[in-house]
Design a protein around this ligand. Structure first.
Ligand code: NAD
Length: 226
């Protein structure tokens, strides 16, 4: 069986990583344009680097939770692809082997000029003056507002081909990913897990609540299914 899982910041909330929106969200009181755009980096690189260094530090201290672990466990009997908007590495650390990071990866830095020139940061900060191999300033390897989302064709194919489709912890407010959920036309089960939603997308079953409560139960059911 082919299972495709689409995750957002909510799946990592119970690992202690704040979401962007909702109560306690990172964007509360902050305008995204002041931190997560190429223009913000050009205007005040120190501020932008400090924001991402702080978040990288949080990711290093966080551990995968029961939801990340349950998704990885479904890989035994089934073919599982995780498409994540998250820049953390908790799916990989839980054991998922196929993870598409459509908004990039906070553990990696890249050249300001050439997105293909990357440097693994692990737990290190990116400092102003740290240079890529091409001599340009290093920046986080994340997708900022106005930049191209990654793995679009691949992600859409995995969503279209899915026999079961699970969406977890996303406010579905960031495009184009929010629109992708409507492409799961082949799936016999479409489930969305979130504590709050403005509206359940048509054709989905909404399991209202936290990822760590619902994902292990769904994963266990699907692990037993053929
Ligand atoms: P979002 O912040 O817009 O929405 C998070 C959603 O998760 C909300 O609907 C919230 O109700 C829900 N949620 C909160 N706690 C939950 C829990 N315990 N279980 C299940 N759901 C829960 O997040 P998004 O839709 O992913 O927004 C997109 C942007 O946020 C992405 O670009 C992503 O890179 C970025 N982001 C990533 C991280 C991370 O990597 N961990 C953290 C914050 C933001």
């Amino acid at each position: 069986m082919k299972i495709t899982v689409l995750t957002g910041a909510g799946i990592s909330a119970e690992s202690g990583l704040p979401t962007f929106r909702g109560a306690g969200g990172l964007w509360n009181g902050i305008r995204a344009e002041t931190l997560a755009t190429p223009e913000a980096f050009a205007e005040d690189p120190h501020r932008v680097l400090a924001f991402y260094n702080f978040r990288r530090g949080m990711v290093c201290k966080a551990e995968p939770n029961a939801a990340h672990i349950a998704i990885a466990a479904v890989e035994g009997p089934h073919q599982v692809t995780v498409i994540t908007q998250n820049v953390d590495n908790l799916h990989e650390r839980a054991g998922s082997s196929k993870v598409l990071h459509v908004h990039g990866d906070i553990m990696t830095a890249r050249s300001s000029h050439d997105p293909s020139l990357k440097v693994a940061m692990d737990d290190r900060d990116i400092e102003w003056g740290d240079l890529a191999p091409d001599g340009s300033q290093l920046r986080p390897d994340v997708v900022w507002f106005g930049e191209a989302v990654r793995h679009i064709d691949d992600s859409l194919q995995h969503i279209r081909d899915a026999d079961r489709f699970l969406v977890i912890g996303t406010s579905l407010q960031v495009w184009p990913v929010a629109d992708w959920i409507h492409h799961a036309t082949n799936a016999s089960a479409r489930i969305i897990i979130a504590p709050d939603l403005n509206q359940c997308p048509p054709g989905f079953e909404w399991l209202q609540g936290k990822a760590c409560d619902h994902v292990p139960r769904v994963a266990e059911r699907w692990t037993r299914a053929s």
